[in-house]
Design a binder for this molecule. Structure first.
Ligand SMILES: Cc1cc2nc3c(=O)[nH]c(=O)nc-3n(C[C@H](O)[C@H](O)[C@H](O)COP(=O)(O)OP(=O)(O)OC[C@H]3O[C@@H](n4cnc5c(N)ncnc54)[C@H](O)[C@@H]3O)c2cc1C
Length: 401
């Protein structure tokens, strides 16, 4: 089943067998491109189906070319949310400024914003007939040797693969098994957040409303008419380890942080208590000196999560997956992983460096920083062109699709 192949013989050899852990954005994209490049691919996913849900995500710049090459661009254009307005409120709920979102991101033009579930569904539909997806499954152990990677699965059974790729997100199990504990690579950015869905009783359509007080923010994101994505983001000095696996502790932590907040926040806290789709996490990045070890490599958030503050995690995952598949196509895994690293590392790091500890423009942590931010916003609402800046520094995609 496995063998070591000199580069010149790879095309003639039997298909190289690859296990991808994680059927998120990076995993499904990688499955598509590896299959197209002639690999024998198996995908495992811990959840019982491709996971929908989550906030809308951005597909920008070069990532648009990736989805175009995959044939799903028209479907994503149909799903584009096309937000019209971003309104900033002060602590008492008074309006500071209302801007077109492109004023802040510089993302006018072709960039897309789509519900995360629509994107994963479109990616999955593009590859599910060609590649086996095993749901409710994950890696239990990995053992590398000269000829392959022996994998045992949580659901029982074992198999040997030529390569294993961890596309299992920010809290990657593959990374932990091969590279060590997450704390070694996690850069905490000083905030925690809780996201959940609430009924749209606010009369909002295709717009975001953002309330701030120093170190706290509440956002209402109306992608359509019926539901609102609510986000409560707050500064917290250390990652709240005790809360990570404890939904009750998460809700308590958020409620304490926003205890005396005004505007619509008390109602949001009540809704959060009952929400069945609460998504809580620390805001952080993954920074690693290398993304591969032997026959195992990482892609997407598992390798280089930039945090949602950048709006670039999805584009990084799409581009990284395409480049990784292409890098592996005509050479052995060591050369392929090195080429993947060379082609995408600057792009990942540049995007990660755009965010410093506790200084996100949307979430100022001190009264002074909030005042300065609000002053800039008021100026912007009268001279919007001043704020536009490029959203990315794209790498070059493989020439062939
Ligand atoms: C449910 C969900 C909601 C999200 N919501 C948002 C959002 O609102 N805004 C935002 O900016 N980003 C969100 N993200 C993250 C965003 O999708 C990623 O930052 C980005 O798209 C990179 O994608 P990825 O494929 O690397 O990681 P992810 O999209 O996180 O995908 C990782 C996949 O791996 C699976 N997985 C995890 N552990 C294992 C395991 N041990 N074995 C097998 N499979 C495993 C997960 O179930 C998931 O399907 C969300 C992710 C998820 C999973």
């Amino acid at each position: 089943m496995t063998r070591t192949a000199p580069a010149e013989n790879l095309r003639a050899d039997p298909k190289r067998e690859v296990l991808i852990s994680g059927a998120g954005i990076a995993g499904t994209t990688l499955a598509f491109w590896l299959h197209r490049r002639g690999f024998d691919v198996t995908v495992i996913e811990r959840a019982t189906a491709v996971r929908g849900g989550g906030y809308p995500v951005d597909v920008r710049g070069t990532a648009l070319e990736v989805v175009r090459r995959m044939g799903i661009l028209p479907r994503l254009q149909d799903a584009h949310i096309d937000l019209r307005r971003l309104t900033f409120l002060d602590e008492d709920g008074g309006r500071i400024a209302a801007l077109h979102p492109h004023t802040l991101t510089g993302g006018a033009g072709r960039d897309l914003e789509v519900p995360r579930g629509d994107l994963t569904e479109a990616l999955h539909a593009a590859i599910r007939d060609d590649v086996p997806f095993l749901f409710d499954e994950s890696i239990a152990t990995l053992h590398q040797h000269g000829h392959g990677v022996d994998v045992t699965f949580r659901g029982g059974g074992s198999r040997t693969f030529d390569l294993v790729i961890g596309a299992d997100g920010l809290h990657s199990r593959t990374r932990e098994l091969v590279f060590g504990p997450e704390q070694r690579f996690h850069r905490y950015l000083g905030y925690c957040f809780a996201g959940f869905t609430v009924p749209n009783t606010y009369g909002l359509t295709r717009e975001t409303v953002l309330w701030n007080s120093p170190g706290r923010a509440a956002a209402l994101y109306a992608a359509g008419h019926d539901e609102i994505h609510a986000l409560l983001n707050f500064a917290h000095p250390e990652p709240p380890h005790a809360a990570f696996r404890n939904p009750r502790a998460q809700r308590d932590l958020v409620a304490t942080a926003f205890a005396d907040a005004g505007w619509e926040v008390p109602g949001l806290l009540t809704a959060m208590r009952d929400a069945d789709d609460l998504f809580f996490d620390a805001v952080g990045q993954i920074r690693m000196p290398r993304w591969s070890s032997g026959r195992v490599a990482l892609v997407g958030d598992a390798a280089h999560a930039p945090s949602f503050l950048t709006g670039q995690g999805t584009s990084l995952a799409l581009i990284g997956a395409h480049v990784l598949a292409d890098s592996l196509a005509d050479q052995d895994h060591a050369a392929g992983f090195a080429a993947y690293d060379r082609a995408t590392r600057d792009f990942a790091t540049t995007n990660q460096d755009r965010i410093g500890d506790g200084d996100a423009a949307l979430f100022p942590t001190t009264a002074h920083a909030l005042h300065e931010r609000n002053t800039r916003l008021r100026e912007l609402s009268t001279a919007p062109a001043a704020a536009a800046r490029p959203a990315h520094t794209p790498p070059t995609l493989p020439p062939r699709a």
